[in-house]
Design a protein around this ligand. Sequence first.
Ligand code: DAH
Length: 365
Amino acid sequence: MPSDLSALTLSATAQTTVAAVLSAMAQPFSGPTETKRGEFFGKKGSFTAVAALMSEVVPAERKAFGQWLNQVKTEIETKLADLDQQTAGQKTESAWIDWTIPGILPAVGHLHPVSHAIESVTRIFEKVGFTRVRYPEVDWDWYAFESLNMPKNHPARDEWETFFVETPASSKKGKVVLTPHTSNGQVREMERLKSKPPIRMINIARCYRRQQDATHTQMFHQFEGLVVDKGITIQHLKGTLDYFAESFYGPGTKSRIRPFHFQFTEPSFEVDFSCHVCGGTGQVADSESDTGKRKCRFCKSGWHEVGGAGMVHPNVLKAGGIDSEVYTGFAFGWGVERTYTLKPGLQIDDIRLFYSGEPAFLRQF
Ligand code: DAH
């Protein structure tokens, strides 16, 4: 305790200043030491104020006042040192780590299901001699339509809900589009190989169409096969489709081709794969029904339609500089997302989920 000052002749204001520092010292010392130190020794600190009184203390009393100041200062310093020790103790306590607590495993990522599907499609076709290529997603009208036997303003173009890019058109190759299908790769591949078959191409790329619902996204992927050589027939096409069906969906899956129309193939087909749920019969066993069977809910008919195919139209070969009297070819193309959702065991009823970026969805793969 600092000594008593009552014997000294201090003014009323001086006495208040003295009272202030004494009362500050009587408060519990807590919080950060530096803050507390500032309350006493800072510019406006209560000790600073009391020390400044020295000039107004009468000379005869200065010694006694000086001694008092020293006692006060020592006491404050002691209390600050105690506080410092206390807070240092708290710091080490909170920084203490329990090394025995099980750790948090870092999340392990994996390929996006669509990338995974692209990988498997690539591997299946590479095995039988196809070369994987990728052509521009932003391409000339010539490659996307005109070279595929679809002259300007041909009504068949309406089927491809195309995005056009606002940029000057080329006098030879026309407007610029976001490729609505991977068929733009057909003539590009013929050009790459300097119009010299054999060609065995698998072109997998992004495509864009003005469509969005449970089975369509504005951006999606297609894969396109093209084979051109001497003596290529529909049998080669059918064999390739069967090979893909079994490799991608599993043994026993069959392909089926139905007559259709595309400008760039003649004849043209739609391609179906047999349903793995009902084994292509369209019916599954149901003990509750009278017949013991019910319609397969997955396919309704035994088959899933996946895409298009056909024998390359002579005009397309011609656009690629290939003599259609000497060479023939087949082509096929369809959506990666659609093909993938038909895989056994997956029950994805909305392909927009693939691009939702939803971790809960993606983690399942
Ligand atoms: N390009 C067509 C589409 O997007 C699919 C297609 C049909 C590709 C027939 C082909 C083919 O190569 O021969 O709908």
